[in-house]
Design a protein around this ligand. Structure first.
Ligand SMILES: [Zn+2]
Ligand SMILES: [Zn+2]
Length: 351
């Protein structure tokens, strides 16, 4: 560690439910395999909340605060063309390219991720691993502001969901669970040619928030007749594609009921626990395809640039509607609002 001159504001999670806001002049020293990023904005992810709630083990976790935008201020060996002064945002861009997962289109499981250093973006400066075998930063264009750019990482996860859906033009889509991933996946699928796209949630607050954005037709799954509504909206056949993004295991049964015969269910949910009385028969009866979608994955165009950055630029005005911005001094409120659902995507701004 070396001493800097100006104090750096940080938010650390010391233990479940124990956030510490602290100014420090201790900065980790840059190495060959890292770049230093001055953080402009960092969003709060559901996985950050899982760490906060103690649902995930904090020890060995490297991803508290992984949804950030910023400016590169120092580079190690300069891999991946990253340069001082570049505006960047976080997303998984590159795995080693050699392991079984990378060779089979599953870079999100690449072994090089295990060694990656990602101390997190809830601090004014952070080091991010940047090597020939790993990259977690994409350059962003001027037309994307720092706040909107911070949604790149969850947009990458949502893009991964949309790709897993392998949508055909006009396919109907039901997204159950309108957190950021579900919502952004719905928005991306619309741009990819989906027909009817329906959002579903049981939280009145969330339904009202989404209605206000005007981005999506929504139905209330706390209403007993909601499944009938879905069938009405899709000519009684059921939906072609269900995105099950609630994280509540029993909802998988609803997803199977809502899907048409021959339908697909994509599951980005992080489930805890099981399903009482689960009856799997519809998997055979309806020839359902159930597809998992785990976290982010490199989504590069043939020219090597990020397809997700391009998509975020295309959708920037709509994505901005999902974001609530908090100054650093209000960081604890940001976490409270992320937990209560008062914010769809809470983003902490360092300015
Ligand atoms: Zn995340
Ligand atoms: Zn690999």
């Amino acid at each position: 560690m070396k001493k800097g001159t100006i104090a750096m504001r940080t938010i650390r999670l010391l233990a479940p439910s124990r956030l510490e806001m602290r100014e420090t002049d201790e900065r980790p020293a840059i190495t060959d395999s890292t770049v230093r990023v001055d953080i402009k904005a960092c969003g709060i992810c559901g996985s950050d909340l899982a760490l906060y709630n103690g649902r995930r083990d904090l020890s060995g976790e490297h991803y508290f605060g992984h949804e950030f935008s910023g400016v590169i201020t120092e580079v190690g060996n300069g891999a991946n063309g990253l340069k001082k002064g570049m505006r960047v945002a976080s997303e998984l861009v590159k795995g080693c390219g050699r392991c079984w997962f990378c060779r089979n289109g599953m870079q999100n499981y690449c072994k090089s991720l295990n060694d990656a250093l990602l101390p997190g973006g809830f601090t004014e400066q952070t080091l991010v691993t940047n090597t020939d075998a790993y990259s977690f930063l994409s350059p962003i264009p001027d037309e994307l502001d720092d706040i909107t750019a911070s949604i790149l990482e969850p947009a990458n996860c949502a893009y991964h969901v949309a790709m897993k859906a392998n949508i055909q033009p006009g396919d109907s889509v039901l997204v159950i669970g309108l957190g950021a991933i579900g919502l952004v996946a719905a928005m991306i699928l619309k741009t990819m040619g989906a027909g009817t796209v329906i959002g579903a949630d049981r939280s009145k607050l969330r339904l009202e928030q989404v209605r206000k954005t005007g981005l999506l037709d929504v139905i209330d799954t706390s209403e007993p007749a909601w499944m009938e509504q879905v069938k009405e909206m899709t000519a009684k056949d059921g939906v072609d594609i269900v995105i099950e993004a609630t994280g509540a295991p029993p909802v998988l049964k609803d997803a199977m009921a809502a899907a048409r015969t021959g339908g697909k269910i994509v599951v980005p949910s992080v489930y805890f626990g099981g399903i009482d009385g689960f009856e799997p028969l519809p998997i055979m009866r309806k020839e359902l395809t159930i597809i998992g979608s785990k976290g982010p994955a490199p989504q590069l165009k043939t020219d090597g640039t990020s397809a997700v950055v391009e998509k975020v630029v295309q959708m920037k005005d709509d994505l901005r509607k999902l974001i609530s911005v908090y100054e650093y001094k209000d960081a604890l409120q940001a976490f409270a609002d992320a937990r209560s659902g008062a914010a769809i995507k809470a983003v902490i701004q360092f300015s």
